[in-house]
Design a protein around this ligand. Sequence first.
Ligand code: SF4
Length: 317
Amino acid sequence: MGWHSPALLAEAPDARPRIERTAVTRVHGALTCYEVRARTALEAHPDGWAVSPYRGCAHACRYCAARRGHRYLGLDAGADFDSRVVVRTDIVRRLRRELAGKWDGRAVSVGLAGDCYQHAEEIYRIMPHLAGALAEAGAAFTVHTKSPLVLRDAELLAAGGASVMVSVAFVDDQVRRLVEPGAPSAQKRLELVAALAERGVPCGVAMSPILPLLTDSPDQLSATVRRIAAAGAAGLEPRVLRLPPGAREWYLAWLAERHPGLVERYAELYGKGPDADAGYTARITGQVCELATRYGLRPAPPAVRPAPAAARQLSLL
Ligand code: SF4
């Protein structure tokens, strides 16, 4: 019996990743998009609810806490997460239904499982519709992004009462190229903060993640906070690197390759789980909060405003 026997082929297990058996797959250059229907839109989150039109992220941050989710799709949490993005094409229809049903009025965070303004959004243009649905429901919502593409929707976000959190953890572009290879530079993100503020969108900065022994020196922290303040951020939220499963393996593999001398110290800092040693975390976030006060910044995220009543009546599409 030859290798191409129909009987053998019929019995061979389907070796494709699980997601490819159920999704419509489209390739856009280096990016593969899996188009799926959303089974749910609003997901429980410690601060309220979260909604993400995309899973996976071409910004490719080594530390991304959302990486583990790709394993459930039959993909890996490393390079696949960076280049194979799940697009939940009907998420707005599902979201409207859930806002009218299970939603309990708590705030909504947008874009935690993959930057909602990454390159795929240029192709699928889901965010204007999603922001419109949240605004019409009167939901207070915060968009999390590193991408200047959010400026495309600034008017809609301002009208809908949204706030934006832009992540700028450090201003050293050499580190950025290695750790966040697909993301815009810190300079571009700081310009984005200023541009959003100009357009009337309250914009805070997540100084996250501060990387132990790589971006946590007093000079580095000071330079970062100073530039965040100069950009006109409405507030600053410092957070030290977390290493949950998925992110942990991918980040530590990079560390061992680029900074083998730091591996042992990281093992000590992260010996008890995904969070860094509590004493270290308190010291670093305390330093950042002091710097924030010195530079006139409020060390907290911007207040999430409810959508203005008029905006709730309008379709923002
Ligand atoms: S931009 Fe955000 S979602 Fe995208 S890889 Fe980086 S941390 Fe993850």
